[in-house]
Design a protein around this ligand. Structure first.
Ligand code: GDP
Ligand code: GDP
Length: 430
């Protein structure tokens, strides 16, 4: 952590080794937190970029206090980053003071020590009372190795953070700016860790949060920046946002596609949904701001039809109508995510599948085509997440799309694949 513009994002990127945080010359671009897994000489640890504090909003004292407080609460170790070029500022002194009670868990790093002169400046930082300052250059990488050596030395021995991922469901939350992603995440985690704002795009970075329900179920929420429409200044941010939305979806098991009930479905929403669809991930469509809609007993059905018409390729995705603001039905989301996830990892034994195939063929036998008739011999599931089935047939040319769709729908009727895209590929049996 550290005040804006000292180089936190740059350092985060250097440690993580991929461009996760957005680095721009505008202070405060990394507003929310950025999480990543770092690996230094085989020792893995989670690293959090606390982001800049928002200075426009006046009362930054309380902002700083709460940032420091949550860093202290969440972290085993804190890298307090400062800037050798500017020397100790009032803000550094203030943060330093707040960190002093946890001095043993604080590593003081002085960034932008790009040359000998600036490296010497680092000694001034002894005055913060946080022990030996380490001079680094996040830009050039100088000193970052020493810093990481110290980090891994100080960290308690822990199991690999990625190892216990198997029982955790990764959920990406995507949608246009302002549909209510941050509000939903806030509702779900039940605290105020994200900054929710009425201006579009407060959450510019994808951030992820681990969540454990009372019954011990674990989720990782990946909240993405929306995909922006306009604004020259934001172009660089936008480019990353699209990539990040894609990455977030790729990193997730289940994707929540958020729609604003009041604004309706726009071109941009379709683009967002397209990203989720193309990834082959499980999908839940979340219609947010349902509190703003004037309703009678037909409204939900009508809206559902509207969503189905606009997203014909997402017919497998369940739709939930919520209000992140009032909390309406928000509690139904995680149980639905679990259910959809369970559907996506379902493996159906071949013996059962072949009974089902037999039934399907008996119900609707393939039609003859130019005197030839399709024969289906065997159906087997070869993949999960998403489920992929292979059907062996006598002649690939006879396996038309309509019969493929019929089989998929039949499988969906027999086995619950709600929320999950299902694919069948045909192979010719010689
Ligand atoms: P943050 O607000 O603390 O996350 O800071 P950023 O990582 O966005 O960096 C702010 C500015 O400092 C950017 O222009 C960076 O390129 C620059 N910067 C970061 N690290 C270094 C460094 O080691 N040396 C120099 N000279 N500039 C740096
Ligand atoms: P994001 O850009 O997708 O993260 O959207 P935000 O969570 O920042 O929400 C954008 C705006 O919509 C904020 O002013 C929220 O208070 C408001 N908002 C979010 N969810 C709801 C909701 O369910 N109902 C109403 N009425 N407003 C909402």
């Amino acid at each position: 952590m550290g005040r804006p513009n000292v180089g936190k994002s740059t350092l985060f990127n250097r440690i993580i080794g991929k461009r996760q945080a957005i680095v721009l010359d505008t202070p405060g671009v990394t507003r929310d937190r950025n999480y990543g897994v770092a690996d230094w000489n085989g020792k893995k640890f989670n690293i959090i970029d606390t982001g800049g504090m928002n200075f426009q909003k006046g009362d930054f004292n309380s902002e700083i206090n709460s940032q420091v407080e949550s860093a202290l609460a969440d972290a085993d170790l804190i890298i307090f980053l400062t800037d050798s070029k500017s020397g100790i500022t009032d803000l550094d002194a203030q943060i330093g003071k707040l960190l002093r009670p946890r001095k043993k868990d604080v590593i003081l790093a002085v960034n932008k020590a790009d040359n000998d002169m600036y490296r010497l400046n680092a000694y001034d930082f002894y005055n913060l009372g946080l022990g030996d300052p380490i001079a680094i250059s996040a830009n050039h990488g100088t000193g970052v190795g020493d810093l990481l050596d110290l980090v891994t030395k100080k960290l308690p021995d822990q199991e690999d953070p990625s190892e216990n991922d198997h029982d955790q469901i990764n959920v990406s939350i995507i949608g246009e700016p302002n549909v209510g992603k941050s509000s939903l995440v806030n509702r779900l985690i039940g605290d105020e860790r994200l900054i929710v704002s009425s201006e579009a795009g407060t959450t510019r970075d994808a951030i992820s949060l681990d969540l454990k329900t009372e019954d011990g179920e674990k989720f990782k929420l990946i909240d993405t920046a929306g995909i922006r429409r306009s604004g020259k200044v934001q172009e660089a941010v936008e480019k990353f946002s699209v990539i990040r939305a894609k990455n977030a979806v790729e990193d997730s098991d289940v994707s929540l596609v958020l729609i604003d009930a009041k604004a309706g479905i726009r071109e941009q929403d379709k683009r967002v949904a397209g990203i989720a669809f193309e990834s082959g991930r499980s999908i839940i469509i979340v219609v947010n701001k349902w509190d703003l809609i004037e309703k009678d007993d037909h409204t939900m059905k009508e809206f559902e039809q509207y969503v189905r018409d606009e997203f014909p390729y997402l017919s497998f995705a369940p739709i939930v109508f919520i209000s992140a603001q009032t909390g309406l039905r928000v509690s139904s989301i995680l149980p639905l995510v679990s259910e959809v996830y369970a559907n996506s990892i379902k493996r159906i034994p071949s013996a059962v599948l072949n009974d089902v195939l037999f039934d399907a063929i008996s119900m609707t036998p393939p039609a003859a085509h130019k005197g030839k008739i399709l024969k289906l011999f065997y159906l087997t599931q070869v993949e999960v997440k998403p489920p992929l089935f292979i059907v062996f047939v006598n002649d690939l040319k006879l396996f038309h799309f309509s019969y493929e769709r019929y089989l998929i729908n039949y499988l969906r009727k027999v086995f619950d694949f709600t929320g999950v895209p299902v694919k069948i590929k045909a192979r010719e049996r010689s």
